[in-house]
Design a binder for this molecule. Sequence first.
Ligand code: FE2
Length: 429
Amino acid sequence: MAQIIGGIGVSHSPTIAFAKDTGKGDDPAWAPIFDGFRVVQQWVQKQEIDVLFLIFNDHITSFFFDHYPAFSLGVDDRYVTADEGGGPRQYPAVQGHVALSRHIASALVADEFDLALFQKKPLDHGLFSPLSMIAGDQEGWPGTIVPLQVGVLQFPVPSARRCYRLGQSLRKAIQSFPDDDLRVAVVATGGLSHQVHGERCGFNNEDWDNEFLALLEHDPEKLTEIRLAEYAERSGMEGAEVIMWLIMRGALSPSVRKVYSSTYLPSMTNIATLILEDTGAKPEPAELQAYREHVGYQLAGVEKLPGTYPFTLEASHRTYRLNDFLHRLVIPAHRTRFLNDFEALCTEYKLTEQERTMLRERQWQALIRYGVIFFGLEKMAAVVGVSNPQVYASMRGEDLETFQKTRRVAMQYSVAAGPRAQQIEDGDS
Ligand code: FE2
């Protein structure tokens, strides 16, 4: 089992990255921020933490309101800094722990948290501002991360209780990951009290911040009873993001030991650093095994279905480039080039010789075995003037006539529209 060594709570204000990048470590006005993070750095190094599970919110950089999820788990092997308006921050990419993130994704979904899962998204200061301080002077964070983005900007957002419950499942998820040597710290970011918009902008409440930290340590259940409007009243509207700290606290045992806590309010945000060590008992092996079976329950046995290829996170990650190439066929300019400038387009998208051969020769079944999702093939078929039943027949190793005999009614159809649909209907591709 992977071990949860402890939890860290830190603010994620862009101020922190700005101070680091502009070398303000010795400036008395900024020094308390560095002092707090230095303790966190030292603790992380002393505890030989391998993985940081980082809970943060994006600030409409990579997650926008065209599709705004509540809980989004990163399942990538690499994360880079995002451009937030002035070019991306010069900070090394960080490695993702893909195996752990896939296990956590399966576990949380098994526990009925319907997560969004993301790849290929640059991440903003919500994650990199505190991460660069936790890594300290090293060339980036030498371990791995698993990021969890929480959508706290557009209401409705999850309640404090929901965050805490998610943390409790996260604990089981991490502990049931079969790697005895893996040492994990759960890092909550955000807060403490601040408000950055409207006439109430500049609001702070240090008394509440101190009470929040004490309750988080000793009586987190009490914090789950507080409504979002009450968090906004006590912490400021943006300060209400501290509900993310409840995910971290839920992932720890009820029994924790506070190693360090500090707050510093220089300007707009009460910047906090907190370390809680987990002092709970290890779960029994039988308990872990039962949880692993629960995680695998929904898909157990699916591998026995002949001719069936579930589209897993492993396939999704491995074939992302090719699926992305096919997904882009929804863009008119891309499909025009697919038809008229195929080889150059494949080169641009770095497709391998095997990949472009499968596409060029319409090897539908080989593409499925390779890990391409059917709904990308369906788009490609529409572009090249092939009907869906022709694709189905080909995957089954049959000609169209033989396949149509297996149906009640022989039909032709496609996701193509307009003249393309008519061409397919007329068999005139
Ligand atoms: Fe934030």
